[in-house]
Write a new protein. Sequence first.
Length: 263
Amino acid sequence: MFRVSGRRIGFWYRMAAVLVKPPLVVLFKRDWRGMEHIPAEGGFITAINHNSHLDPFSYAHFQYNTGRVPRFLIKAGVFKGGFVGAFLRGTAQIPVYRESTNAANAFRAAVDAVNKGECVAFYPEGTLTRDPDLWPMRGKTGAARVALLTKAPVIPVAQWGANEALPPYAKRPRFFPRKTLTVHAGPPVDLSAYYGKEPTAEVLRAATDDIMAAVAELLSEVRGEPAPAERYDYRPGKSRAAENRPGKPRAAEKPPVADEESK
């Protein structure tokens, strides 16, 4: 019986599995690796790259089959009313209130969830990647903040293939020919060098960079090519060296949106 931190998976997660898993199995092939790195018990964090609006379903399918379902951090507006809102509330997903006095609530809820023995899933980039070659971008520091406070394992997760069915910001999916959804979880990121230190901007940035390097390394193995040494930074006025990489087709991009570092 699958459980979440001692609690049985409830009605809403089971309904999601009934509705979502069959089309994923029919439409896609799977290449899942590293399930042995997902802790069997206790709280932990996953840090995942994001290159398609479909990849949360791919990752959630992988994670569900390990027996440890995740709690995602999701924009608060999606929780309002309707079936989707009811599902998010029913599965105890964590609302993120950006640019409001409630912005810190997501951080506190994530810490509480990890301390209670649950899995909290972070997309550290904070949005779909805008790297022209779809590599992970510079991460935001939220996952590192929770990790250093709780000392919980951070499991890096790389995924690929959903972007081939639905590229970033594309309007229509391309399901055929049948694509392979690859999800690869790695061993915990060693953040012990930062334990006990004051969580300054420099410490959080260094820990975040270690997390993103682990995710990029996994994705490099999946793609069979080296990851770039420098992370793409989409913030206005920041370095965008990735845009000048030769020989690669550019991914569809959305204009940069300013965002807070810690989300």
